[in-house]
Design a protein around this ligand. Structure first.
Ligand code: PMP
Ligand code: GLN
Length: 380
């Protein structure tokens, strides 16, 4: 059969997790917490099932959860989306990203992505018959080069995808970036897809510059988030999309025939959890900052050089003092020979920078897991 996605293989996250399992390596690769989900959330999920919420949810998400999302959006970003017209609950951010692209991107269109970027964008763009136009982030700071983005805009550009806090680098967009973006898109009909799944994992007192804070940007945007990141339950696959009514209406046409609705019991559990612990969003940054700081401090005793991390739960390390292997080989070697698994960066690029020696390590892990990894890394 002639593949519609000839470039796609098994994702690097799956490949590395499998290799880690085969070799009993400490898995700091695929991004997921290895500590428990809050007990209150598990109890709420069990209660929702016992109460009989086991059939289809409303297509757009249960009202109580959309209400809770509107409340927390207003509390965090000072703007309240319309509960009925602007919020759609999805099966993870991945489904939301797929829907947003398919709702508005047509065959022959171009979508600008900033490399390195998360792996689910390009296949969705290609399935829509469109082309991903790759613009490199700055190789040292991972900040966007807005002049290069501007230069990549063509009459066929339909959408720009941004991601802050950024996977894999942990870089964040600042106010100046948002202003520049706003000026650049002004007067165009280019839509924005803003992947904000790590919106609440921000450090050092920084403020997450959500697109939702910027009226001129949010009127052309799909803003996507994920409960998996915020509540330590990546396997529950629940997220949402906030977009203006006309964009949400198109988004929902895809959602309706993609999954129709998302896992009903978890919607009840998150609605309850958000109401019960509104402070969770504010405390999550400190929780992960502590892990980041301890991990970075211990990395000082190794030959791996940690790069700055402003948000998210990934630490990039430069391994050039340890090895000159290209990153895919290095990641495999480190797993097989030294029992520590990370994610190489080259799969996040259309064209990986020559000679880049970086590995992504996930610090959303128990202290014991991180210590064991450091113990092994120290021997290199
Ligand atoms: N975007 C980014 C940047 C991510 O890191 C992830 C999680 N791996 C997703 C989207 C997908 O989120 P979800 O698991 O909710 O589908
Ligand atoms: N988002 C996770 C990461 O970046 C992986 C999710 C997946 O395995 N698809 O590690």
């Amino acid at each position: 059969i002639k593949s519609k996605l000839p470039k796609v293989g098994t994702t690097i996250f799956t490949v590395m997790s499998q290799l880690a399992a085969e070799h009993g390596a400490v898995n700091l690769g695929q991004g997921f917490p290895d500590f428990p989900v809050p007990q209150r959330l598990i109890d709420a999920l069990a209660r929702a099932m016992q109460a009989g919420h086991n059939q289809y949810a409303p297509m757009t998400g249960i009202p109580a959860l959309r209400q809770a999302i509107a409340d927390k959006t207003e509390a965090c970003y000072g703007w309240r989306p319309d509960v009925d017209a602007e919020i759609t609950v999805t099966s993870g951010a991945t489904e939301a990203i797929f829907n947003a692209i398919h709702a508005v991107v047509r065959a022959g269109d171009e979508v600008i992505v900033l490399d390195p970027c998360y792996d689910c964008y390009e296949p969705a763009i290609e399935l829509a018959g469109a082309t991903a136009v790759h613009v490199a982030l700055d190789p040292a700071s991972f900040a966007p080069d807005w002049a290069a983005v501007q230069a990549a805009i063509s009459p066929r550009t339909r959408m720009l995808i941004i991601n802050s806090p950024h996977n894999p680098s942990g870089a964040m967009l600042g106010v100046a970036d948002m202003q520049r973006l706003q000026a650049m898109l002004d007067g165009t009909d280019i839509l924005l897809l803003s992947d904000e799944v790590y919106e609440h994992i921000v450090f050092d007192g920084a403020r997450h510059e959500s697109v939702l804070r910027y009226p001129a940007l949010r009127q052309r945007a799909f803003v996507v988030s994920s409960f998996g990141k915020t509540y330590h339950c990546t396997g529950w696959k629940l997220g949402y999309c906030i977009a203006p009514p006309a964009l949400s209406a198109e988004f929902r046409k895809v959602h309706q025939y993609n999954v129709f609705c998302s896992f009903n019991p978890a919607q009840h559990a998150f609605a309850e959890m958000i109401q019960a612990e509104p402070g969770h969003y504010q405390s999550l940054g400190a929780f992960y900052q502590d892990k980041r700081d301890q991990f970075r401090a211990r990395l000082q005793g190794t030959r791996f050089r940690p790069l700055p991390v402003a948000g998210g739960y990934f630490q990039l390390v430069d391994y050039s003092a340890v090895s000159d292997l290209p990153d895919l080989e290095f990641a495999r070697w480190l797993t097989v020979e030294h029992g520590v698994t990370g994610i190489p960066l080259s799969p996040f690029y259309a064209t990986p920078p020559a000679g880049q020696r970086l590995l992504r390590l996930c610090f959303a892990k128990d202290e014991r897991t991180l210590n064991l990894a450091i113990e092994r890394l120290s021997k290199l």
